[in-house]
Design a protein around this ligand. Structure first.
Ligand code: NAP
Ligand code: MG
Length: 402
């Protein structure tokens, strides 16, 4: 069989620990035999980030802006323990944070649904995609403990020196206060990323805040979404047969639980943090989630939603067998290849991505899976495979379909 040709390279961001091991296995078994794989390789493994003073992370993000599509392996975010383990010059920042800041994006996460791994919520027939705003609010908040009686105010000093004040509270005893912010530009790019992703995936978009209580802060989110929708997206949504729907966050939660799924749920930063953990745990496993960062100017970075699976890596280093689930990392590759195929008009490449995803799902539905899934599946008589044999089993299924 002739290998599938590519034209533009994918930005390949290699990573750390067990996911770095899976990364190579996936390339060797599932990609290189079938595709004339073109990538621009960036080694985001912690050793090389340290060696380059983290320049490699920045370079990989700029390359993503240049080429438009990246695929990223999970990476270590250094903490005190990693300083000694890797003899680091500095406690380098989270690569995801650096990349997100440069691409200015929204993260979309959706469960990968497989028969035999059913969500706890029985009526969820289709995946629910969470779109989380990744800037500001309580994550960039300032807080104060109020020791006793006194007046707390919000003060804005304009560039010309004029002050605007709002009373927060007249304290007559101890308490607490918090200040937080967001930026219209960031909310606008969040909105555009969500509308574009809805069009891309032909799914309805839901957005919810608490604008009845937060009449300026949350209401601004609601207004910006609505203005951008009316001015730039309404006709496109009508043509695609999809809807934009705004409601209050508590109403959204109630509707989500009763829904069949199959839409995008856009959330403010904190709501997205909480709700994405609810959706993923209801769907079984972080290794069964896709994750993609979409920037407002149309750059895409695909990754797995989980970390580097450190505990499994240490077992692997001791020569012990591991059964690490590679599905999310495979889907990061297929997402990136499919998008490359769309952008470069290479239908064969996109079709290959579809087939590899189908083969991955079929392998699990045929009862061949890693240990994490075997523990939660409703299928009977399953075969638990190690990390390598699971990928080999997917290759067998894939070859049957080609
Ligand atoms: P983790 O790698 O997500 O793993 C936590 C636990 O979840 C694992 O020990 C394992 O449970 C289970 N698990 C996660 N992925 C799995 C998979 N593919 N197959 C089977 N089981 C899986 O989180 P962590 O151990 O807290 O973090 C390790 C490193 O990852 C940290 O250095 C952190 O900085 C980094 N991290 C990176 C990213 C990213 O790059 N996107 C995200 C999060 C964390 P059992 O041990 O019970 O089998
Ligand atoms: Mg969280």
């Amino acid at each position: 069989m002739e290998k599938i040709k590519m034209t533009t390279p994918l930005v390949e961001m290699d990573g750390d620990e067990m996911t770095r091991i899976l990364w190579k296995m996936i390339k060797d078994e599932l990609l290189l035999p079938f595709i004339d794989l073109k990538t621009e390789y960036y080694d985001l493994g912690l050793d090389y980030r340290n060696e380059t003073d983290d320049k490699v992370t920045f370079d990989s993000a700029y390359a993503t802006k240049k080429y438009g599509v990246a695929v990223k392996c999970a990476t270590i975010t250094p903490n005190a323990a990693r300083m000694t383990e890797y003899d680091l010059k500095k406690m380098w920042k989270s690569p995801n944070g650096t990349i997100r800041a440069i691409l200015d994006g929204t993260v979309f996460r959706a469960p990968i649904q497989v028969k035999g791994i059913e969500p706890c919520v029985k009526n969820w027939e289709k995946p629910i995609t969470i779109a989380r705003h990744a800037y500001g609010d309580v994550y960039k908040g300032t807080e104060m403990k109020i020791p006793g009686p006194g007046k707390a105010e919000l003060v804005f000093t304009a560039a010309d020196g004029t002050e605007t004040r709002e009373l927060i509270h007249e304290f007559d005893s101890a308490g607490i206060i918090q200040g937080m912010h967001n930026i219209n530009k960031s909310i606008e790019s969040f909105a555009r990323s969500c509308f574009n992703y809805a069009l891309d995936t032909k799914q309805d978009l839901w957005f919810a805040t608490k604008d009845t209580i937060s009449k300026k802060y949350d209401h601004t989110f609601k207004d910006i979404f609505q203005e951008i929708f009316d001015a730039e997206y309404k006709e496109k949504f009508d043509a695609a047969g999809i809807e934009y729907f705004y409601t209050l966050i508590d109403d959204a939660v109630a509707r989500v639980m009763k829904s069949k799924g199959g839409y995008i749920w856009a959330c403010k930063n904190y709501d997205g943090d909480v709700m994405s953990d609810m959706i993923s745990s209801a769907c079984g496993s972080l290794a069964m989630m896709t994750s993609v960062l979409v920037s407002p100017d149309g750059n895409y970075e695909y990754e797995a939603a989980h970390g580097t699976v450190q505990r499994h890596y240490y077992k692997h280093l001791k020569g012990e067998e591991t059964s690490t689930n590679s599905v999310a990392t495979i889907f990061a590759w297929t997402g990136a290849l499919r998008k490359r195929g769309e952008l470069d008009n290479l239908p064969e490449l996109s079709e290959f991505a579809d087939k590899l995803e189908k083969a991955t799902i079929k392998t699990i539905e045929d009862g061949k899976m890693t240990k994490d899934l075997a523990l939660i599946t409703s299928l009977k008589d399953v075969t638990v495979l190690n990390s390598e044999n699971f990928i080999k089993a997917i290759r067998e299924t894939l070859e049957e379909s080609l």
